[in-house]
Design a protein around this ligand. Structure first.
Ligand SMILES: [Zn+2]
Length: 654
């Protein structure tokens, strides 16, 4: 094979060989016309000879050696271009080439010293090499080493280290808008399994599919532990992301000097959040969650609480109320005045967009206050007789309060100044179960789109936090189906936001607060249904475990365990049943149904979070700061750098 290659290359002469075909000489000039006869005049003289014609164009044949790895000759070879040298420069430029042919070295089937990379004509190899090339460009653009139009923040040619440093400094504050997407409980295994399920629902094998944020140019990892906990909860993790300070498990918007549940330790330990900084800087602000809007993740954007469970006054110990602590729902509605009270002379206009669930924490415990969307006989939980939805409406007479799909659909995004949407008395429905809501409720993508349409009316920009709160709940209930279908809808919401904003002025960060004890196991063959039983490569029958029973690819280390609830689309239905952990005979069970709950080993009333790192995915100004393994609190600092949030807020306070 090598001999053949060498002889072939020898035959194809390298370099440039120009065969110069001169043009014909020009024809002689035409004789001059005889003069007109005069009276006895003489004949006119003959005209002068015409000038020689110019030489014709050279016809060139250029042979170029192709290196191993060339797209047209993966194993090297020669490219032969021919054409006329129109500008007579002795070379063939692109538009002068009339024909191109290749003499390629055939693919090798054995590896020799001179030909180690037999993978060069392999599609995966070629695609991955191209990805590395693209990554180089992304990095060069992001660091300002190239002129580019894909990250406007880097329209500088960097020629020195000093220049590079200056460029990096100039890139601070390039993000007019910041959007933080949090997939609650969306660990790496959840992202992978959702990617495969999404692909399979599109008719692909699945593994090769990409969720929207899989395409983001920058990614890194976040260490999620809380100051006092190896495996964290959403309160401590979201406080870290929103405030740049890691703190204890279970507390909202306060640092680690807090004593959980002790109201008296809140004062003096309050943190400032990215949403508050944006608000102070005069930007528009928004909070979206499919969980109760008073739940830990959304609460950490606007509230300070010694306990995440103080969602309304009825959840608080009497001494905390007496000591002056207020519940989380109260803090949401009174966000504007609370923030102004913390900084002398500050005047802000409050949060523009709130979409989520959790109506029960805003209404009195009195059936008279039930909405048309109520599920419970008495919707409200509050024991202080306050109707916070009414208080909000009297505070914001230009604001719109909505609680169902039709109210949501009726919102005018150009004229609505602010909106307060509470679409469920508790958490909003799982995406797969959304059609079963009493009065209808919007999807996460719909809420995200509507929010951006309202928030972008402010020319100074906006901060928006979007949480998919129920990925976490699907896992807690041991339902991969609900967790994954909510993850897919979360990815759709990210895609919608990406499509509506520009990489030039909008930083988008997608991450999770923590993972779950959720695994992708066994050796299932490519394209095997991700919700199915393991079928090994080369087989069509489910593989059997050492106990002679089939097993599923997806499973949980702990939790409620196996249930076969058929076409149920609400994972929480499991909580009315008994814990059912350990091995089950799945031989005649269809594990791909919406109501299937995976087996679990350790019996627990709720499947737990997991302590491993989670992904951070980013695009837009400042996104290049996301790389490597980071404390989760770094996310705040990336947003601050990109949006220059602290400085802009400081300018307003001073
Ligand atoms: Zn959770």
């Amino acid at each position: 094979m090598n001999l053949f290659k060498l002889s072939l290359v020898a035959v194809a002469i390298m370099g440039l060989s120009a065969c110069s075909l001169d043009g014909d000489d020009g024809r002689d000039g035409v004789d001059g016309i005889d003069g007109v006869d005069g009276t006895a005049g003489t004949d006119g003289a003959d005209g002068a000879d015409g000038q020689d014609g110019t030489n014709g164009l050279n016809s060139l044949v250029i042979q170029t050696a192709l290196a191993v790895g060339d797209a047209n000759c993966p194993n090297s070879g020669v490219q032969i271009d021919s054409g006329l040298d129109a500008n007579s420069d002795g070379a063939l430029t692109g538009d002068e080439i009339e024909s191109t042919s290749y003499v390629c070295v055939p693919a090798s089937t054995e590896v020799s010293n001179s030909e180690l990379l037999t993978s060069l004509n392999n599609d995966w190899f070629v695609a991955a090499a191209a990805e590395v090339e693209a990554n180089k460009t992304v990095w060069l653009e992001a660091t300002g080493a190239l002129t580019t139009n894909s990250t406007s923040s880097a329209k500088v040619v960097v020629t020195s280290k000093e220049n590079l440093q200056r460029t990096v400094t100039e890139m601070r504050g390039q993000a007019k808008n910041v959007i933080l997407f949090v997939g609650d409980g969306m660990g790496v295994s959840t992202v992978t399994a959702a990617r495969i399920l999404d692909g399979q629902m599109k008719g692909l094998d699945g593994e090769e599919n990409k969720l929207s944020f899989d395409n983001f140019p920058f990614a890194g990892l976040a260490k999620t532990y809380n100051v006092d906990a190896q495996t964290p909860d959403s309160a401590g993790t979201m406080t870290a992301m929103m405030s740049g300070v890691k703190t204890d498990v279970g507390v909202i918007g306060v640092d680690e000097d807090i004593e959980r549940g002790d109201c008296s330790t809140v004062a003096g330990n309050e943190l400032v959040t990215a949403l508050e900084l944006a608000e102070i800087a005069g930007k528009s602000t928004g909070v979206i969650s499919t969980a109760r809007i008073t739940h830990a993740t959304p609460a950490a954007t606007y509230a300070k609480s010694a306990d995440r469970n103080w969602e309304d006054v009825s959840d608080m110990p009497a001494e905390a109320v007496t000591a002056g602590c207020t519940d989380i729902a109260d803090q949401l509605v009174n966000f504007e005045s609370n923030l102004e009270a913390r900084f002398a002379g500050l005047d802000v206009d409050g949060i523009e967009v709130v979409f989520g669930g959790g109506r029960r924490h805003f209404l009195p415990r009195d059936a008279a206050f039930n909405s048309a969307d109520a599920v419970s006989a008495v919707e409200g939980d509050r024991t202080d007789n306050r109707d916070l939805t009414a208080e909000w409406q009297s505070m914001y007479t230009n604001g719109v309060y909505v609680f169902d799909q039709s109210g949501f659909d009726g919102l005018s995004t150009e004229t609505t100044e602010r909106v307060f949407g509470l679409f469920n008395e508790s958490h909003m429905q799982y995406e797969a179960d959304r059609a079963n809501d009493v009065a209808g409720e919007p999807s996460l993508s719909e809420m995200t789109e509507k929010a951006i349409q309202i928030l972008d009316n402010n020319q100074d920009g906006f901060f928006l936090m979007v949480e998919s709160g129920r990925i976490d709940h699907g896992h807690h209930a041991g339902s991969a189906y609900n967790a994954l279908t909510d993850t897919i809808e979360f990815a759709n919401a990210v895609a919608a936001a990406d499509a509506m904003t520009s990489d030039d002025d909008t930083l988008i960060i997608v991450t999770a607060d923590h993972s779950h004890v959720f695994t992708i196991a066994g050796y299932p063959k490519r394209g095997n249904p991700i919700l199915g039983k393991v079928v090994n490569v080369g087989s069509d029958e489910p593989a059997l475990a050492a106990d002679d029973m089939p097993y599923t690819t997806l499973g949980y280390t702990n939790g409620f365990g196996f249930q076969n609830l058929g076409n149920e689309t609400n994972a929480d239905a499991v909580y009315s049943l008994n814990i059912n952990t350990g091995r089950m005979d799945l031989t005649s069970v269809d594990t791909t149904t919406t109501g299937y709950h995976q087996e679990a080993l350790v019996p627990l009333g709720s499947e737990t979070h997991a302590g491993e790192d989670v992904g951070i995915y980013a695009k837009g100004p400042g996104a290049w700061l996301v790389n490597g393994t980071n404390e989760q609190s770094v996310i705040f600092h990336v947003m601050d750098y990109a949006g220059d949030m602290v400085e802009q807020a400081n300018n307003e306070v001073e």
